[in-house]
Design a protein around this ligand. Structure first.
Ligand code: ATP
Length: 234
């Protein structure tokens, strides 16, 4: 079943067009990545889905037209882990995590908090520490953990590996494997790091200057000569 479908999405910043006729879909349970260089429009695309910026075109989520207000998209389980993390630096790890669940009224919040601690044991050890004192990698773990606390149907991760050392990237990588296998979450990832995206994705889209220029399964795209040369350094 299609969980997310974008139809002819166009975004303008004043007169500048940042997205051109974007059409993409994500099936329930899939891991889909959008790769592309700086300024390609990946963040713009995520911000459009989340209702953070206005767009022309239609987005369908779970079979219904997606509302254009962020509060409503979050209510539907569309959870955005933004580039740059947007954490609350003067609050503790556990308070940042709990904020991810602010809209929830179910009784499973504490259980989910323990699951985030199982996924990132380092956060359990540091749960009373102020977020501003964490390393970049630990902060990224908080950002992902906070998104999970929102109980996502679709988890949108914008550049989760940006600026992280390879060893830390591999921790994030392992966590994404676990999120998908144990928590059965559908994931939409935006990444400049094509190697990282290829490692996880069922399907991928390549975005350049606001247009989708390639799409296919990871198995297909990894043999695409252009992608090999421009994004995989072969
Ligand atoms: P990066 O990974 O570097 O953030 P990106 O692929 O996420 O890149 P966007 O941040 O979506 O790209 O930017 C796409 C284009 O839109 C860029 O040319 C950028 O300068 C422009 N842009 C983004 N936000 C705004 C804004 N608020 N006002 C005007 N132009 C913007």
């Amino acid at each position: 079943m299609k969980l997310l479908e974008m139809q002819e999405i166009n975004v303008f910043y004043g007169k500048a067009q940042a997205l051109h006729d974007i059409a993409l879909d994500v099936q329930d349970g899939e891991f889909v990545s959008i790769i592309g260089p700086n300024g390609a429009g990946k963040t713009t695309l995520f911000n459009a889905i989340s209702g953070l910026i206005s767009y022309k075109g239609t987005i369908i989520f779970g079979g219904k037209v997606l509302p254009k207000k962020t509060y409503d998209t979050v209510q539907l389980g569309l959870i955005h882990c933004p580039e740059g993390r947007s954490l609350f630096p003067f609050m503790t790890v556990v308070d940042n995590l709990r904020l991810g669940a602010y809209r929830r009224k179910d009784k499973e919040v504490e259980r989910d908090l323990q699951e985030v601690f199982e996924l990132f044991p380092r956060l359990k050890e540091r749960q009373r520490q102020l977020v501003r004192t964490l390393s970049g990698g630990e902060q990224q773990m908080v950002a992902i953990g906070r998104a999970l606390m929102g109980k996502p149907r679709l988890l949108m991760l914008d550049e989760p590996t940006l600026g992280l050392a390879p060893i830390v990237r591999s921790h994030i990588s392992k966590a994404l494997d676990e999120i998908q296998s144990r928590h059965n979450v559908t994931i939409l990832l935006a990444e400049q790091n094509a190697d990282f995206a290829f490692k996880h994705s069922d399907r991928m889209y390549l975005l350049e200057t606001g247009k989708i220029v390639r799409q296919g399964t990871s198995a297909e795209l990894q043999y695409d000569p252009y992608i090999q040369q421009a994004y995989l350094g072969h």
